[in-house]
Ligand binder design. Structure first.
Ligand code: MG
Length: 348
């Protein structure tokens, strides 16, 4: 087989500045990856590197040639497991770069079988979920306006970023603008353990479904302290990055937030889901601010998940890639009318 591989970096402006406890961004930089089988079929993937996990577009571009030579060396795109393992051995960290290649290969392989990826995996597309739509940190009026816009667009689940000295005001504002939505909150490690418990007690009055990453990932005892006493379920995001983290957080949270850009590939993602289940945990799949070129792949995991936070593309001003349809925020795998992940780049 003569595989053809290429990659291309692009900056994608966000629709609104996106604020979380660690800072605010106005654009996201991604690297699109294409892998062709030399027979006219091409798989598409993308890396959305996060500096929090030690990656930038420059590090992605630096390691992609080595990762793509693994693919060329194995010379069989269907050997997804072997390629992911060899990529892990080749660069160790760099999860978003590995994820981009894994996504492009899964897209290519499902296209070669002429089925959507969920069908290649044998999953039931009817077991779908609604993605949450994230309201980033901003002044209260802007957060209220974003909430109203999200409701107009049909979203029934919102995730609100917290980690400020006005967290209760924020949740009160969102709840008054959206009394009936399902509401998740994410503190992105900003609270101290006792502060977290005080805030969670108050948040419980606003019918919040769960609290994501209340305390620092550097403080596993703090996470356990909060989780054991919390009035609301606790989700681990920054505390649960790879497969090996799942057993480590199992007694310290109720839900793990899996992301392709943290774990480095779709085979690894499915192992994380199974491992989390074996530990009695619920599973959410989240994302970075990223394009449909990568989000589309995560959507095919929906039948295996309890929660989806796959709004990365929805936060972009203009995504050059189309993906899985999401009418009113519902991940509509049955509405996908093409094979692979559904990602199509540069269609207008
Ligand atoms: Mg999070």
């Amino acid at each position: 087989m003569s595989l053809e591989t290429s990659f291309e970096r692009r900056s994608l402006p966000l629709e609104y500045p996106f604020g979380i406890a660690r800072g605010t961004t106005t654009e996201t930089e991604v690297v699109f990856v294409r892998i062709g089988d030399g027979d006219g079929t091409t798989g598409i993937g993308a890396a959305a590197p996060s500096s929090h996990y030690g990656e930038t577009v420059a590090t992605v571009e630096a390691v992609l040639p080595d990762l793509l030579s693994v693919v060329e060396d194995v010379d069989d795109p269907h050997q997804l497991e072997r390629i992911e393992r060899r990529m892990r051995e080749t660069v160790r960290r760099n999860p978003s770069a590995r994820a981009a290649v894994s996504i492009a290969l899964h897209d290519l392989v499902a296209k070669r079988f002429d089925v959507p990826l969920y069908r290649h995996w044998g999953l039931d597309p009817a077991e779908t979920l609604e993605t949450s739509y994230t309201i980033g940190l901003d002044d209260l009026e802007t957060m209220r306006a974003k909430t109203e816009t999200a409701l107009e667009r049909g979203f029934g689940t919102l995730k609100v970023k917290l980690g400020t000295d006005r967290d209760l005001e924020i949740v009160r504002t969102i709840r008054s603008a959206a009394p009936d939505v399902r509401l998740f909150v994410d503190a992105n490690e900003a609270w101290r353990p006792r502060e977290a418990l005080r805030k969670i007690d108050r948040l419980a009055e606003f019918d919040v479904t769960f609290v994501e990453q209340p305390v620092s990932a550097e403080d596993p005892e703090g996470l356990e302290f909060v989780s054991e006493r919390s009035a609301l379920p606790i989700a681990a995001d920054e505390s649960c990055v790879t497969l090996a983290d799942v057993p480590a957080v199992a007694d310290r949270c109720d839900i793990v937030n899996l992301k392709l850009m943290k774990c480095g590939g779709l085979q690894e993602a499915r192992r994380i889901i199974s491992t989390a289940r074996a530990h009695g945990l619920e599973v959410m799949c989240g994302c970075m601010t990223e394009s449909n070129a990568s989000i589309a792949a995560a959507c095919h995991l929906a039948p295996l998940l309890d929660y989806a936070d796959l709004d990365g593309s929805l936060l972009l001003a203009d995504d050059p890639a189309a993906g899985v349809p999401m009418p009113d925020g519902r991940i509509d795998l049955t509405g996908l009318d093409r094979p692979g992940t559904g990602a199509v780049l540069d269609v207008s």
